[in-house]
Design a protein around this ligand. Structure first.
Ligand code: PLP
Length: 396
């Protein structure tokens, strides 16, 4: 008899490719030394948090001897922090929301789970353009939902709207998009978002259902070319924005995120009560109190975007000179690069033999590509040039 559920045992047996690369990296670093291994496998923000975070932590520590300084709070979060974050989201979305339309969550990941708990019933489908952040499959599956990936356009990774429209049916409960995107680094244009929303309006009409459009935006600030990141709130009433401070404040371990809901959401008050309740009953109870308190003074701080922009430039040069093909990422910190051979897992193995660690695209539902992360120093990126050239020499 097994203690574990068959489902989770199965997950373990197929454990994530990113994890496998992580383990391979540890081995290689032991063997050759950390400075000889070019590890582009993990999306773990490596810049220190901005100075304001340290100052805010000192202030929080100074007040930690007060009653309730670190105590329970309303499940939705501190009311004043919700108002501060709502004001920031209003600026970003160009649509005014108040604290009543926003709750704090345990990172974007916790926010997505609270949201899916509130809207999914077993068998409900969630459409997602692929390639995609692989955890979406687990998060929907946690509540009996089914992720339905729809392939984006080859190489540019623009949305394939007719294909998404064709995938919608009466079981479709939500569509989740992520822009700037992990793993492609692309940002959807206003035209794509408008066309997507038109297709969803038509589907709601056709099937007599409500479809929630979820925009997962933890990389919103990582927008290298200052292009417009369209506001889903302006195009679609039944929309939710999920955000996080994991990347812009380099605060991933503190698990700070939020769920912002369009003020025109169907049955808004009940929707907010539901996601507040699911935050509680999932056992997270409320978002971390220290992280929330930090936001009182750090809401407008962020890590130095210029560092990431410069790394993007260096990596683009390294990859180009090695003869690899890719669409330049406009945001986030990933390159999604075409593999020179159809089986990208083979290519990833060859790269690893030259101490370059990448993740196969099939880990994101998109074989034939590899993902490289630039959460590593510019020096590491520059030093990897010879290794890339050596592997690619075989394909010239
Ligand atoms: N969504 C995407 C697309 C991500 O890449 C990540 C983290 O890498 C998350 C959500 C989760 O972020 P958080 O740390 O805020 O939970």
């Amino acid at each position: 008899m097994e203690m574990l559920s068959t489902e989770v045992s199965g997950f373990l047996a197929n454990s994530s490719m990113i994890r496998k690369m992580f383990e391979a990296g540890v081995e290689l670093k032991k063997k050759y030394g950390a400075d000889k291994v070019y590890d582009f496998s993990l999306g773990n923000p490596d810049l220190p948090p901005p100075a304001q975070v340290k100052a805010a932590l000192h202030e929080i520590a100074d007040k930690a001897d007060q009653p309730f300084a670190l105590g329970y709070m309303p499940n939705a979060g501190y009311p004043d922090v919700r108002a501060i974050v709502a004001a920031k989201v209003s600026e970003e979305q160009g649509v005014t929301i108040s604290a009543n339309e926003l709750i704090m969550s345990c990172g974007a990941a916790g926010g997505l789970n609270a949201l899916f708990r509130a809207i999914l019933t077993p068998g409900a489908e969630v459409i997602c353009p692929s390639p995609y952040f692989v955890e979406y499959g687990f998060y929907t599956g946690n509540f009996g939902g089914k992720l339905v990936p729809v392939k984006s356009k080859d190489f540019t990774f623009e949305l394939d709207i007719p294909a998404i429209a064709a995938a919608v049916n009466e079981k479709t409960k939500a569509v989740i998009i992520n822009s700037p995107n992990n793993p492609t680094g692309q940002i959807y244009s206003a035209k794509e978002i408008k066309e997507l929303c038109d297709a969803l309006h038509a589907a709601e009409e056709k099937f007599g259902t409500k479809i929630c459009l979820i925009s997962d935006e933890p990389y919103r600030f990582l927008n290298f070319d200052n292009v417009e990141i369209p506001s889903v709130f302006s195009y679609y009433d039944n929309s939710v924005v999920i955000g996080s401070y994991s990347k812009n404040l380099s605060l991933a371990g503190e698990r700070m995120g939020y769920i912002a809901v369009n003020p025109k959401m169907y049955d808004l008050e009940k929707f907010m009560a539901a996601i507040t309740m699911t935050t509680r009953i999932l056992g997270t109870v409320n978002a971390p109190c220290i992280g929330q308190q930090l936001l009182r003074t750090c809401i407008n701080a962020q890590v130095d975007l210029e560092v990431y922009r410069q790394r993007r430039a260096v990596m683009a040069k390294v990859l180009e000179e090695a003869g690899l093909e890719f669409t330049l990422p406009r945001g986030a910190f990933y390159f999604f690069v075409k593999s020179p051979i159809a089986d990208e897992t083979e290519f990833v193995k060859e790269l690893a033999e030259s101490c370059v660690l990448a993740v196969p695209g099939r880990g994101f539902g998109c074989p034939g590509y590899i993902r490289l992360t630039f959460c590593v120093s510019e020096k590491v990126i520059a030093n990897s040039a010879d290794a890339f050239k050596k592997v690619m020499a075989k394909y010239k």
